[in-house]
Ligand binder design. Structure first.
Ligand code: HEC
Length: 124
């Protein structure tokens, strides 16, 4: 009887503490780059961190152009070489990192970068 109680309480405890332990992986929401009503993308708060996490190992001051470090990213990209405001999807900063490159954007990051260019590639 005692053994049974121990078994039952062990199972009950396991259910209480272990039963509901899910690890939710919340997918990154993907913006629609063509949505004219989309919230404004912030270059400093949303784009620069993408560069910092996957690009600045190479694209840093004094190394590979464009310099994508937080202090220099905007001025480096503020040129028709990297940003094509009339045809945003052909911007080099977008095509490079969505093509066959050392590091690439996730689809959510790519959508955000494209939306930023569609919104005028502002230094915001
Ligand atoms: C492992 C090093 C490395 C990483 C990481 C890397 N790049 Fe590059 N990138 C290069 C090299 C080398 C070149 C020059 C050769 C070429 O054009 O592919 C280059 C070229 C580029 C160019 C074209 C530059 C020009 O003026 O022609 C762009 C734009 C670019 N990278 C964007 C990015 C972005 C955005 C990321 C992050 C998602 C990134 N790169 C990550 C090494 C890297």
């Amino acid at each position: 009887m005692k053994t049974l109680k121990i078994i039952i309480s062990t199972i009950a405890l396991a259910l209480v503490f272990g039963g509901c332990a899910y690890n939710f992986i919340v997918p990154e929401p993907t913006v629609n780059p063509d949505d004219p009503n989309a919230a404004e993308v912030s270059f400093s708060a949303e784009i620069v961190p993408i560069f910092a996490s996957k690009c600045t190992g190479c694209h840093t001051t004094g190394k590979q152009l464009p310099d994508l470090t937080s202090d220099n990213a905007f001025s480096s990209l503020n040129s028709s070489r990297y940003v094509n405001k009339s045809t945003p999807a052909s911007s080099l900063i977008y095509t490079k990192a969505t093509g066959n490159h050392s590091a690439t954007f996730t689809s959510a990051e790519a959508a955000k970068v494209l939306l930023w260019i569609n919104q005028g590639a502002k230094n915001n």
